[in-house]
Write a protein that binds this ligand. Structure first.
Ligand code: DAH
Length: 340
């Protein structure tokens, strides 16, 4: 049995040397010293021995146990030390390392442009109105005097959700909603997202932004419209430009016009931006049609108003010289970061 004991000790030393983790060491402890362990086995079998022999073996077994316990303790301590070193290595802080830069975000050029447009109108006392992007056919078309056969109602141009609900094709429905909600004087602009069934290309996107405007009061005339939009264009593009109003048709205004500005790039001489004409179209406008005012129950004998609507992407593209509308939606920071 003595030899068995020395064998256990020898093996224990060998195995402890090989153990790499706390867990392996703990398993060894159980195997060597546990209730079902080798050493306990030997002590149990001592019953059959004579008293002298038992005493000697008991002593030897105890000293082996003590030695193994010490070895285990050392092993646990060594493993702990090793873990600590490893952690020091991993968690080492280099206080001389330069700080990591957190890149500053920037506003999207569409947001920047909406804010610029809004600032000009707010300086003239307009407030901001909002309307839903998922709109009723009634507000998007009927309330705006667009009859049942108006081409823009076509399934191929408009995203219908049901027969009565669609994704608004313009911000103009906010006009009708505002007329229902407020009594004159009304003076609002409404920026927002619009949707049309367009295949994306350099100048088209199925989702885009508009800013709508509406003013209703007593004695509002076409000259108020022209003065307001001329002032707006000069604030946005520069005080040296000229504006020009061309007759046009919109169902919700009468008379209707499109406003052109003299090309801010070539100052009207003709260039690539204005396609040689010297003029650039930037918005639609007109005197609010009495049928639209009537939607809000407004006395059309007493009140008149003007409205306008412009494409934000178009204005941003002109202002910043961007030649592809799709750039706005790609979320490429190299592009977006240029409009701080
Ligand atoms: N809603 C028109 C469009 O999407 C733009 C527009 C034109 C709005 C004239 C107006 C307006 O308020 O008076 O093409």
């Amino acid at each position: 049995m003595q030899t068995q004991l020395s064998e256990i000790l020898r093996e224990a030393k060998e195995q402890l040397k090989q153990a790499k983790t706390d867990r392996e060491t703990e398993e060894l402890r159980v195997k060597l010293l546990g209730k079902k362990g080798q050493l306990t086995g030997i002590l149990r079998s001592m019953g059959s021995l004579g008293p002298e022999e038992r005493k000697a073996l008991g002593k030897a077994a105890n000293s082996v146990r003590a030695e193994i316990e010490e070895l285990l303790e050392e092993k646990f301590a060594a493993l702990k030390e090793k873990q600590k070193e490893l952690r020091f290595k991993v968690e080492r802080i280099d206080v001389t390392e330069p700080g990591r830069q957190i890149p500053l975000g920037s506003k999207h050029p569409i947001t920047v442009t909406i804010e610029e447009i809004s600032r000009v109108f707010m300086s003239m006392g307009y407030s901001i109105a909002e309307g839903p992007e998922v709109e009723t056919v009634y507000f998007n078309f009927d309330a705006l005097n667009a009859g049942p056969n108006h081409p823009s109602r076509d399934l191929s141009d408009t995203f219908y959700i049901t027969d009565d609900i669609l994704l608004r094709t313009q911000t103009s429905p906010v006009q009708a909603r505002t007329l229902l909600k407020q009594a004159p004087p009304i003076k609002i602009i409404s920026p927002g997202r619009c949707f049309r069934c367009d295949t994306p290309d350099a100048t088209h996107s199925p989702m885009f932004h508009q800013v709508e405007g509406l003013l209703v009061d007593e004695g509002v005339s076409m000259s108020d419209l022209k003065g307001t939009l001329d002032y707006f264009a000069k604030q946005l593009f520069g005080s040296d430009l000229q504006t020009k109003f061309r007759p046009h048709f919109f169902p919700f205004t009468e008379p209707s016009a499109e406003m052109d500005v003299s090309c801010f790039k070539c100052k009207g001489k003709g260039c690539r931006v204005c396609k040689g004409s010297g003029w650039i179209e930037i918005l639609g406008c007109g005197m609010v049609h009495p049928n639209v005012l009537a939607v809000g129950g407004i006395d059309t004998e007493r009140y008149t108003g003007f409205a306008f609507g412009m494409g934000v992407e178009r204005i941003a593209m002109l202002k910043y010289g961007i030649d592809d509308i799709r750039l706005f939606y790609e979320n490429d920071m190299r592009f977006i970061g240029q409009f701080k």
